[in-house]
Design a protein around this ligand. Structure first.
Ligand code: HEM
Length: 276
């Protein structure tokens, strides 16, 4: 990919300009049809996912449920190794109905923090979880901090149960939904707890933004649907028939995602969980 040879600032100008136009296009273009969100010919089209096989001894996994699910279904290599950046980019885009901008930006960023060449090198899922220098940070919602769980590849079920139990929303059919306010509250609690219990705790502004951006994926791509998230977060597995809840023709853009990210981050009141 040509963009990978551009300096970072030029990459960003190109990606964010394109993102702006895709956002405008999405406003006027007809939405994708429910049942046909995953592109024809891509794994998962029509809700038919390749077989789920949990990771075996020696397989690599990341702190990201969305990437691990791709490996558990064989969309990325099942052993989580030798992943081409272009494949990461393409499969994140097609599986989750992201606009091309988010996956490309993220894959380029991963290549950059791993000191690798997007076009010629590969990475493994565990490497993607590089602590603090990369995207991975303390006070996550689905994993204990690196201090207590250096591996980061396996979901921490007590956190996930607590998060899902906090869901206060309901859809028209009475199904339980996580809301922005639920995510803000649980993020605040996790930040306060981690700050109090982890002697190595660090969470800078950039990593707060990454955290809220990841959590926004739970609300947008997964629609906050608790029944789906039970399987996706705990087993890193797609329910049969699952597809992205984002129906935009060109997929979820950065601009659109950031509306949720800002609301979520603004609602985080860590002081509510800090006991003197
Ligand atoms: C190339 C694409 C992606 C990369 C490189 C990536 C990487 C990561 C990393 C490193 C983390 C750990 C952050 C932490 O410490 O909490 C993470 C967490 C997460 N990611 Fe991804 N991710 C990608 C795509 C996605 C997508 C498409 C979604 C949603 C559909 C998603 C949802 C999440 C969620 C929910 C978490 C957990 C956040 C938490 O525990 O607080 N990611 N991701």
């Amino acid at each position: 990919m040509l963009l990978a040879y551009f300096p970072r600032f030029l990459q960003n100008i190109c990606i964010f300009t394109y993102d702006f136009f895709l956002t405008l296009f999405n406003l006027v273009a007809p939405k994708r049809r429910v049942g046909s969100v995953t592109p024809h010919g891509s794994p998962g089209a029509g809700g038919k996912w390749p077989k789920f096989i949990p990771p075996k001894e020696g397989d690599k996994r990341s702190p990201c449920p969305a990437l691990n699910a791709l490996a558990n279904h064989g969309i990325l290599p099942r052993d989580g190794q030798n992943i081409k950046f272009a494949d990461l980019d393409r499969h994140v885009r097609n599986t989750y109905n992201f606009a091309p901008t988010f996956p490309t930006f993220t894959a380029l960023f991963v290549a950059q923090y791993l000191n690798k060449n997007y076009n010629t090198d590969t990475c493994d899922l565990a490497e993607i979880g590089l602590h603090n220098t990369g995207i991975e940070h303390d006070a996550s919602l689905l994993r204990q901090d690196v201090k207590f769980d250096p591996d980061q590849g396996v979901p921490y079920l007590p956190f996930i149960d607590e998060l899902l139990a906090s869901a206060s929303g309901k859809d028209a059919n009475g199904n339980r939904l996580l809301t922005v306010a639920d995510l803000s509250r649980y993020s605040a609690k996790r930040r306060a707890e981690a700050r109090a219990t982890n002697p190595d705790f660090v969470l800078d502004k950039q990593h707060k933004a990454f955290g809220s951006s990841n959590c926004s994926g739970l609300l947008t791509i997964f629609g906050g649907r608790v029944a789906d998230l039970e399987l996706i977060l705990k087993e890193e597995r797609f329910p049969d028939g699952w597809e992205s809840r984002v129906l935009s023709r060109m997929g979820m853009t950065f601009m659109k995602l950031n509306l949720t990210v800002f609301k979520l981050e603004r609602g985080i009141k860590e002081e509510d969980y800090t006991h003197a």
